[in-house]
Design a binder for this molecule. Structure first.
Ligand code: 6PG
Length: 251
């Protein structure tokens, strides 16, 4: 990953970060829609993107987004029903998908309730159908990072990290954790744009490790290096507080 392809933007707080992320997303969506009448996005779960998602259902983004050309995927999903409080689908549906004029056929939900093996296979079929039996080139992957360096449901040491054949993978976890389905690293690295969002002091160490630490492949989030695409980190001041190279704080 050359420096030219990655950018780190620091914001005063999560609200400013989320507004800028909504602008970034809507601008890219408009560009993709104008170019080929299609914009594909893979969403993550967790708490960080919640505000961004709710902004998409409010002005000005609700009006500016090309919803009819927008196709929504997930970077990962827990193996729970779609109305379960831990469902990443429910998070996005409650925050914006149920509040904007996006065609239901454009929402490619991971059917986690079928269990990790079956759900990952059917999700892979959905991806192949949409991207014409080629490696998906998702226009934008919105990712978070866990304090252990995981992203999507690619946790340190899971077999899924080594996968090179399948596009969507089962991640078997023991209760009380939910098993999951995750996009493979190859799909994340084929994305045109990857946008990492991180906020809060608790993320400062892992953010510094991933962005400025040794490139030793220790953290799955550090393995996200888009082959052709661009990678952007949007951080609040707390999450960026341990970065050694000073960054211009955005708006
Ligand atoms: C998930 C997410 C996961 C998330 C990170 C960060 O399904 O849990 O996809 O990868 O992005 O755990 O979560 P926070 O935003 O809550 O810190």
């Amino acid at each position: 990953m050359t420096a030219a392809q990655s950018a780190v933007m620091v914001f005063p707080d999560l609200t400013a970060l989320s507004r800028s992320a909504a602008d970034f997303l809507a601008t890219l969506a408009g560009r993709c829609s104008a170019a080929r009448n299609r914009f594909s996005i893979a969403l993550s779960g967790g708490s960080t993107p919640r505000l961004l998602y709710s902004f998409l259902a409010s002005a000005p983004w609700r009006e500016s987004m090309p919803w009819r050309a927008t196709h929504v995927f997930w970077a990962d999903e827990r193996c729970v029903p779609p109305d379960h409080e831990d469902s990443n689908y429910k998070l996005a549906s409650d925050a914006f998908l149920s509040r904007v004029p996006i065609p239901l056929a454009n929402i490619l939900r991971i059917r986690g309730v079928d269990g990790p093996d079956l759900a990952s296979r059917s999700y892979e079929n959905d991806l192949l159908r949409f991207f014409g039996n080629q490696t998906p080139t998702i226009d934008l992957a919105v990712l978070g990072v866990g304090e252990d360096g995981h992203t999507a449901s690619l946790f340190p040491g899971v077999a899924a990290l080594q996968e090179t054949k399948h596009l969507a993978l089962p991640v078997h976890l023991d209760p009380p954790m939910h098993s999951r389905v995750t996009l493979a690293l190859s799909v994340l690295n084929s994305a045109e744009q990857v946008l990492f969002l991180a906020g809060g002091l608790a993320k400062a160490r892992i953010v510094r490790e991933v962005i400025e630490g040794a490139n030793d492949n220790r953290y799955p989030a550090g393995l996200v290096r888009p082959v052709r695409g661009n990678l952007t980190w949007m951080l609040d001041r707390d999450a960026a507080s341990l970065l050694l190279r000073s960054r211009a704080a955005a708006e």
